[in-house]
Design a protein around this ligand. Structure first.
Ligand SMILES: Nc1nc2c(ncn2[C@@H]2O[C@H](COP(=O)(O)OP(=O)(O)OP(=O)(O)O)[C@@H](O)[C@H]2O)c(=O)[nH]1
Ligand SMILES: [Mg+2]
Length: 237
């Protein structure tokens, strides 16, 4: 029996040796060292780390110094990078994060535990604790995206645009992903609408280190468009 089906039968459990932590990295030299050290510390250096990188600064060098696998890619936006990253993961449990030190790597054991309980997707909910470190405009937008997606799906979700989630690798490999700026919402909506076992898990959220890569207005419009398109596509499937 493979490790994967063993874990599904509850006979065995995934450990950090079964974990890939993946991210898009774009000029994140102010944050990447901290993020990768946190992953190493929390997982005893046992998780695989994959960075899909489009940087022109020292980000990829720092990533390699920390033992991460670096895949070079011309910068084409969040979703193009993160799709490549989730599909490149070699382990059966895949966790996405941003590389800007906003997400708590201390939550990795909890995410793995939830997967071991049988969830297919565990989605970090930043808004549960208030997300006071998030710019007010973004916070408002994120509440609005969650309401829009909830109305269209007929199921309440609270944070559709979070960058930190755990997935069974099967789920990310079985679904065809189409969105770029809206990929984060798509990665939640398609599994939910296909009846995968999804749960939201409250997480802390910190202020970003380094410059944002997202234009809030254009990005927000793109995300709303993605939610509408993806929900409609899933309804019509
Ligand atoms: N490789 C690659 N990575 C990207 C690209 N755009 C964004 N990223 C990375 O994707 C992650 C998310 O981008 P952020 O700038 O943090 O976007 P955000 O979280 O919506 O905005 P903030 O509130 O500023 O954190 C970061 O780790 C970026 O470095 C890109 O075009 N290529
Ligand atoms: Mg970010």
């Amino acid at each position: 029996m493979s490790l994967e089906s063993a874990a599904e039968d509850g006979e065995d459990e995934y450990t950090f040796d079964d974990l890939s932590v993946v991210m898009g990295t774009y000029n994140e030299e102010a944050a990447i060292g901290t993020v990768l050290s946190d992953i190493e510390r929390v997982t005893d250096g046992r998780a695989e780390v994959v960075c899909v990188d489009g940087s022109s600064d020292r980000t990829p060098d720092i990533a390699r110094e920390h033992g991460a696998r670096v895949i070079e890619q011309e910068p084409q936006g969040y979703g193009v990078a993160v799709r490549e990253a989730v599909l490149a993961a070699e382990r059966p449990v895949v966790v996405t994060t941003d590389c800007d030190d906003t997400y708590p790597m201390e939550a990795l054991p909890r995410f793995l535990e939830r997967i071991n309980e049988g969830y297919d997707v565990v989605s970090g909910d930043r808004l549960y604790h208030g997300a006071s470190a998030m710019p007010a405009f973004n916070r408002l937008g994120n509440h609005a995206f969650a309401l829009l997606a909830s109305a269209l799906m007929g199921r309440r979700v609270h944070d559709t645009t979070t960058g930190m989630r755990a997935y069974r690798r099967d789920v990310v490999r079985r679904i065809r992903w189409t969105e770029n700026t809206g990929l984060s919402a798509e990665l939640l909506v398609r599994p939910l609408m296909r009846d995968y076992r999804v749960r939201e898990e409250p997480i802390d959220y910190r202020e970003r280190a380094g410059e944002t890569k997202l234009d809030p207005l254009a990005g927000g419009a793109a995300i709303a468009g993605s939610i509408l398109r993806v929900c409609l596509e899933e309804r019509l499937r």
